[in-house]
Design a protein around this ligand. Structure first.
Ligand SMILES: [Mg+2]
Length: 457
């Protein structure tokens, strides 16, 4: 997992030091000596993570960070602020500017590599999701970046796992100013609680009595319902080494006690924003997958999906030595429905037709709108005889009950013709099967419509 790290510092010696350490771990390192240069590199999308010095002449690190984070083109790039001193006020200013993390000079090797690795993982995932979201955008969907930029990160649902009363009472009071917070003092209940609660953030104390907080973090990472929930660990300074282990197993961020109020709020907001951002992207991906394989009018699969899936079904049937039936259905005189009653009426008929198709087929059957008023149903493990009975039942369900149009104000007679065949010969091309069904359909039309014609392989 290599990543391109941009090191920004006005002191060449500092740049060289970080560059050497990162290169030794096989990261690609780019460098810049001022903010303007750094922003240009970010804009060309040349880096995955930025290590940003705070104290620089002209434009300081806070301003560079603010610009990166307020621009939709670059705001997803993780920014790690490198501060000269462990000064809480610098950290707070950095977090307010949108920084994702901090390193304090002199930077320890272990911390540096752990943080960069953890951010690399996040960046890779976010990149993948953004790429897919851009595709959705091209077909007219919401831009997730825009809403993420305006999200304040407030109003989240947080679960705090901490068994020290004085500690959790204080933390809960601070967090309650901006979020809804539940406290779970019993670590053995925490995982269950986390899985049930639909939380935006888990805050886990690593100083629990007789319980390994890291185990809880690792379980939360592997459980389906909590794997995407960010984890913020808190620990006493003497437990700092365990924090590094935590970052390796997927803890997203941490705080050392005594906990600074502003820092806690800022880090919680950052994690919650990130969580919402990735959730939003994930939903978009889900939607675009649905859109890509579904016909919007009828809710049946579309032709593209059917064609790719049919090949898989045919292969499966051939290897298992099972029959596969395929029928093409065509609504009779559909053009005259459109001509006589309007296109809305035509759409009503197509929708109702799809409803009746769904009622007549099994869960394993694949129904799709092949184009216009033409549909295809593929039936795995079904021979010509059984498929013929299904087709006949479907034909009757269409012809037997008039279709409502114009919001139910009118009912019209609709019939369909069906051409049916099977794939039984191993290795037969899917296109040939479709062609044979089409020939059968042509005969059904030719012989007077409203009928099923079967054509054996
Ligand atoms: Mg400097």
């Amino acid at each position: 997992m290599s990543a391109r790290i941009l090191v920004v510092d006005d002191v060449p010696a500092n740049v060289k030091l970080l560059e050497a350490r990162l290169s030794a771990e096989y990261f690609d390192v780019m460098t810049a000596s001022n903010g303007t240069e750094a922003l240009a590199i970010c804009h060309r999308a040349e880096c995955d993570i930025i290590l940003l010095d705070v104290m620089m002449p002209d434009m300081d690190g806070f301003e560079v960070c603010r610009r990166i984070k307020s621009d939709p083109a670059t705001h997803h790039i993780p920014v790690v602020m490198v501060t000269a001193l462990d000064s809480p006020s610098d950290r707070n200013r950095g977090l307010e500017a949108g920084a994702d993390d901090f390193l304090t000079k002199p930077v320890s090797d272990v911390v540096l590599i752990a943080r960069v690795r953890s951010l690399t993982r996040l960046k890779m995932m976010t990149d993948e999701l953004r790429m897919r979201a851009i595709t959705s955008l091209e077909i007219g969907m919401q831009a997730p970046e825009r809403s993420a930029v305006s999200d304040t990160g407030k109003g989240g649902r947080i679960l705090l796992v901490d068994d020290r009363q004085s500690s959790y009472e204080r933390l809960a009071t601070i967090l309650a100013a901006e979020h809804t917070i539940d406290v779970e003092p019993n670590p053995t209940e925490a995982l269950f609680h986390a899985a049930e609660g639909n939380y935006d953030l888990l805050i886990v104390s690593l100083d629990l009595n007789n319980f390994d907080g890291l185990r809880l973090c690792s379980q939360a990472r592997s459980l389906e319902r909590t794997r995407h929930v960010p984890i913020l660990a808190i620990a006493d300074p003497e437990n700092a080494t365990r924090l590094l282990r935590g970052l390796e197993i997927g803890v997203n961020d941490y705080l050392l006690r005594p906990i600074d109020k502003t820092e806690l709020l800022a880090r919680a907001r950052t994690q919650i924003r990130r969580r919402r951002y990735t959730d939003h992207l994930r939903d978009n991906v889900q939607n675009s997958i649905e859109m890509a394989i579904t016909d919007a009018l009828t809710g049946l699969h579309n032709r593209r999906y059917m064609e790719s899936h049919l090949a898989t079904l045919a292969e499966q049937a051939a290897t298992r030595g099972k029959p596969l039936a395929l029928m093409i259905l065509d609504i009779d005189f559909f053009k005259s429905i459109n001509d006589n009653y309007g296109h809305d009426a035509g759409d009503d008929v197509l929708r109702e037709f799809a409803v009746r198709v769904r009622k007549s087929i099994r869960g394993i059957d694949l129904a799709c709108r092949y184009g216009g008023e033409e549909f295809v149903i593929v039936m795995p493990e079904t021979d010509l005889h059984v498929a013929g009975m299904v087709a006949e039942r479907l034909r009757r369900s269409i012809a037997g009950e008039p279709f409502a149009i114009h919001k139910g104000a009118m009912r019209i007679e609709v019939t369909i013709s069906i051409g049916l065949t099977t794939l039984e010969r191993k290795g037969e091309a899917v296109a040939d099967v479709l062609k044979r069904a089409d020939t059968a359909l042509y005969r059904a039309k030719h012989d007077g419509r409203n009928r099923v014609v079967s054509q054996a392989a």
